[in-house]
Design a protein around this ligand. Structure first.
Ligand code: SAH
Length: 394
């Protein structure tokens, strides 16, 4: 068993059960990619079992803080069983859900989503990459699914020195799927869709928009970064008068149109703009347009804290433009899925955007990732998705 010895004082985060050891914390020791190592404090005290990652700044990811625990097939089976069992108790109103959410489920780097009877997995770190066969077998055994598609194409793989891999890992079949969420039908493709096929994490936020629309009957809704129109379906199904969806991806917008059709929604109440959101918002401001509700759900501007400053400027600019397009009483549903932007910073960014736009706004509600994307107190980075629902003051 290879031992990784930390520098004095560097044991603190592992003692608090944070699962990452950065390269700078290590005094000595090394191992192969994904190999299980024993992490010890500078004076030889056991801290954790973990997976070594020779190329990543996150040099070790912890599997267990229990010295007696063996990291073997039974460990993965048990940990997966607990993650999957938790979802079974959540009563999620969808046939698509996240079964394993990486560090928050004790399996650093592993994401597994279930779409009907098909599983989609992302192996995002050397540890889970090394145990891939064991994990795949356990997943099929625990879920009864026969098909597992691999979507190991997230950019984080390159930081681990791992190549992109996509394709069927177990079984085969069509990759198109119809998600049923809150009774809505949403078409997607697990091979070509974003993430594992869809933004399952925004499930509760789509329902929140729907609920507000039902109460307030927004006449006009602007859905920025619409992807395949999940928020657009939510708003139209809630009785919105007209919804404009903007995205820079033509295929995503084509699927958005199809999703409206699947739900029997009136396409004459919808517009689709294949455009850059920033320039569209500027143009709308110049034209003096207004929208009763605006959704801003941009892609990840700050994957890590190192990108936070530039990302903060980009978020602020978008939110400032959105505030300018809101009439008094209008509502903004604004999100950040950047791990590098914390809840408080996001709040500050939105507040200063309102100030710059010259509007007062009240926060009506805070939103976050759906419950199958859990957070743990030990791992604050897990709280990557945050949202605010604001109303412009009268
Ligand atoms: N709200 C969506 C998810 C949005 S993901 C949902 O609930 O499903 C972010 C989207 O932003 C992607 O579809 C991507 O194509 C789009 N995008 C990224 N940069 C953009 C830009 N500058 N202008 C318009 N769309 C952009």
């Amino acid at each position: 068993m290879k031992i990784i010895r930390l520098k004095p004082g560097k044991e603190r985060s592992l003692l608090r059960r944070h699962p990452w050891v950065f390269d700078g914390a290590i005094a000595k020791g090394g191992a192969d990619a994904g190999e299980t190592v024993r992490v010890e404090s500078h004076d030889g005290q056991f801290l954790a079992w973990g997976a070594f990652s020779p190329q990543s700044r996150i040099r070790v990811r912890a599997w267990s803080f229990d010295e007696a625990r063996r990291i073997d097939a039974a460990f993965f089976h048990d940990t997966l069983r607990r993650a999957i069992g938790l979802r079974a108790r959540m009563g999620i109103d969808s046939n698509g859900l996240r079964l394993v959410h990486g560090e928050s489920d004790g399996l650093p780097g592993l994401v597994v989503d279930r779409y009907g009877d098909t599983l989609v997995a992302q192996f995002g770190a050397t540890g889970v990459e090394r145990w891939k066969t064991v994990i795949a077998d356990a997943l099929l055994a625990l879920t009864g699914c026969e098909r597992l598609y691999e979507r190991s194409d997230a950019s984080a793989r390159s930081l681990e020195g791992l190549p992109e891999v996509t394709g069927w890992l177990r079984g085969s079949g069509p990759t198109g799927f119809e998600l049923t969420e809150h009774g809505w039908r949403l078409g997607l493709d697990i091979a070509t869709g974003h993430k594992t096929g869809y933004y399952l994490d925004q499930r509760d936020s789509r329902l929140a928009l729907h609920a507000h629309t039902r109460r307030l009957r927004f006449g006009t809704v602007l859905n920025c970064f619409s992807y395949t129109g999940g928020f657009s379906v939510a708003a139209l199904a809630g009785g919105a008068g007209h919804v404009t969806s903007i995205d820079s991806s033509g295929p995503a917008l084509a699927q958005a149109r199809e999703n409206l059709r699947l739900n029997g929604l009136d396409l004459s109440r919808a517009a689709f703009l294949d455009a850059d959101v920033n320039s569209s918002l500027r143009q709308f401001v110049a034209e003096g347009r207004q929208f009763d509700a605006i959704v801003l759900d941009p892609p990840k501007f700050a994957p890590t804290a190192a990108h936070a400053e530039r990302a903060a400027r980009a978020y602020k600019d978008l939110n400032r433009l959105a505030f300018k397009l809101l009439p008094p009483g209008g509502m903004l549903f604004t999100f950040s899925c950047s791990g590098g932007i914390g809840v408080e910073l996001f709040h500050k960014i939105v507040a200063s955007a309102a100030l710059d736009a010259g509007v007062d706004a009240a926060i009506l509600q805070r939103l976050g990732g759906a419950c199958d994307h859990p957070m743990t107190v030990a791992f604050p980075e897990g709280e990557y998705l945050k949202g605010l629902v604001l109303m412009r003051q009268l």
